[in-house]
Each structure stands twice: as C-alpha cells, then as structure tokens.
Design a protein around this ligand. Structure first.
Ligand code: AMP
Length: 316
C-alpha cells in the first residue's frame, strides 16, 4: 500500500479529525493545515474537521483557527502538518487524540506519530497535501487550491528557492486551474506595511558582511519599538540580505521581549541547518531557525556561518 493510501485509510476510520501545525505559522503551515482541512470537509461531509493552533498573526487573510474543548480529542484522529519537531507543534493537546499522523517536508529529526509521511524533496508541505489530494482523487475546492498555492508560494519565495522542482510547478499549475485569484493572493503575500518598509532600509544599512559573503544584522527591541514592528512582522525582512549579490549566507537576530534572540538563518549555498541544530533549532539545509540566549551566542552562531561561507567559497 502506498503512503497516500495508508493515510486515506486511517482518515476513513475516524469521524473527527483535528489538524495542527507549527507555532508562529507561515503561509505553508496554514496552507497545508487548512488546505487539508478544506479538502477533507469537501470529500467527507459527514466527518467533523477542525483546524487548531491559536492566533495566525498577520495571516488571517489565509485562514482562521477553530477553538475546541479538550473532550473533542477523545477518539479523534490528529494530523500535524509542516512541523518537524514535536515541541514546535502549536497547541500541545495534539497528544490527546487516538492516533497521530505527521505530514512534513523538513528533515525527519523527530519522527513522532503513528503514521509518518516526510518528503524532504517537496518544496513545501502544501505540495505534499496537493499530492495526497490528487493521487487519491479527493475533492479540492477553490479555497483549498488557494491555500495550497499560497503555501507553495510562501515556502519557495515565489518559485525562487532551489527546492522548487518541475513537480512543484506542475502542482502549482494544477492548483491554478481551480480559478482562485492568484494575482491577488501573490500581491497580498508580498505586501508589507510602511513600517516594515522603513525597517528594511535600516536592515540594508546595518547589515554586516564579511569577505566570504557571511552577513548578519541584529534587530533589537529598541529598533523594533522605534519602527513599531512586532516579531511576527519580521518575516518579510529575513529574505532581503539574499538580494545582495555578495551575500552568500546570513543571520537575522531578532531580540524577543524576554531578552533572548530568535535566530533566522538563510543561505544561497552553504548548508546551515546543522548550525541551527546546535543552538536549539533546526530546519531546512538553506533555511533554518534557532534561539540564542544573548548577543555572545549570536556572535558564536555568526562565526560558524562565516566558517561555512569561507569553506564553501574555497570549494566553488
Ligand atoms: P524561520 O526563520 O522561523 O522562518 O524558520 C525557517 C525554518 O527553520 C523553518 O522551516 C522552521 O521550521 C525551522 N525552524 C525555525 N526555528 C526553529 C526551531 N527553534 N527549531 C526547529 N526548527 C526551526
């Protein structure tokens, strides 16, 4: 039996299905979670499907969450999308269900669940959900197609990053056929506030770049306050150093109100997720995240990125 058949078989066994995703959701987390929820609602109208995980911050144009009681988990199937590590699953009640399915595209460092489908070659978890729907002939609604397309666009940087394959584009083309307004969606995903635009200027002005193309910038609480920006608004800033020709890999350190730093690492070549793993994080080879307790630890992480860039330059 193929993995899609196994997943479908398990779905068919449950009347209630609760779908989770990771904390601090991005378009792929919401796209895969709520795209799957829409598809299951349309395919199995007799089942009750919930999408949970708390506030979606600036992404409510994609979807909103359901609020459910603990009792709902009794005898339910729980599916978690786009979440590599169990501590990052939003809403820890994911353990209260009868069975648990993990569907993800990150390296499978934490293989939780009773049934797992992890495809690290997929551009996004939304691409995997689309594969599930198309291979098992599930009902894809216009809004489900919009959500999955949004997830793919989000995680591929609108088809820019190397995880974009011919298959990704084929899936995206199929989704476009459902007739949602892709141009409007792309514009909305791309849009930034004037405050974020102004902070972009600060980021470009203050980015430190070494001779090997390793870059870093610190966005501390004083700067975030000055520009009126919350941590959740910083997502649009993270890819910006990559638009600079001499930058090869970079770190954006965002100070949190509690004093520690959220570390966001990106790369055009050097593999950076091993560094992230050493600092309570993880992620993809070219896009990962971690946490640093202070500026000293931020500097240690940057030094590791510098080393990787120097080695990479020697080999290429
Ligand atoms: P971000 O910089 O938050 O957009 O994250 C980039 C990638 O790294 C995503 O695929 C995340 O799943 C992963 N990631 C970010 N933070 C962590 C963390 N603390 N632990 C594990 N993976 C993370």
């Amino acid at each position: 039996m193929s993995i899609t058949e196994e997943i479908l078989q398990m779905i068919k066994q449950y009347d209630r299905i609760i779908i989770h995703r990771h904390m601090r959701p991005d378009p792929d987390a919401l796209g895969s979670q709520c795209g799957l929820a829409e598809i299951l609602r349309a395919t199995f109208p007799e089942k009750t499907i919930y999408q949970v995980g708390g506030p979606v911050e600036g992404l409510s144009f994609l979807a909103e969450m359901d609020e459910i009681a603990d009792e709902c988990y009794q005898g339910a199937l729980v599916i978690v999308t786009d979440t590599a590590n169990s501590p990052r699953i939003s809403d820890e009640r994911y353990t209260l269900g009868d069975k648990l399915i993990k569907i993800d595209h990150h390296p499978n460092d934490d293989p939780y669940g009773d049934l797992l489908w992890v495809d690290t070659k997929a551009s996004s978890c939304s691409e995997i959900i689309a594969d599930l729907a198309f291979s098992e002939n599930l009902v894809v609604t216009k809004n489900a197609a919009r959500l999955l397309y949004g997830g793919i666009v989000g995680d591929t940087g609108r088809f820019l990053y190397p995880a974009t394959t011919a298959h990704t584009l084929q899936v995206a083309a199929k989704l476009l056929d459902y007739g949602f307004d892709a141009s409007k969606l792309n514009r909305t995903l791309d849009q930034i506030s004037l405050d974020v635009a102004k902070l972009s200027g600060y980021l470009y002005q203050n980015l430190q770049i070494d001779e090997h193309g390793a870059g870093f910038v610190v966005l501390d609480q004083a700067i975030l306050k000055k520009y009126g920006i919350k941590d959740s608004d910083t997502a649009a800033l993270v890819p910006l150093p990559g638009t600079i020709d001499v930058v090869l890999a970079w770190a954006v350190f965002v100070e949190q109100p509690e004093g520690y730093y959220r570390v966001r690492l990106r790369s055009k070549g050097p593999v950076i997720n091993e560094v992230a793993k050493r600092y309570h994080g993880g992620g993809h080879p070219l896009a990962s995240g971690a946490n640093a307790k202070d500026q000293v630890m931020c500097q240690a992480i940057y030094q590791e990125i510098q080393k990787l860039c120097a080695e990479y330059q020697k080999q290429h």
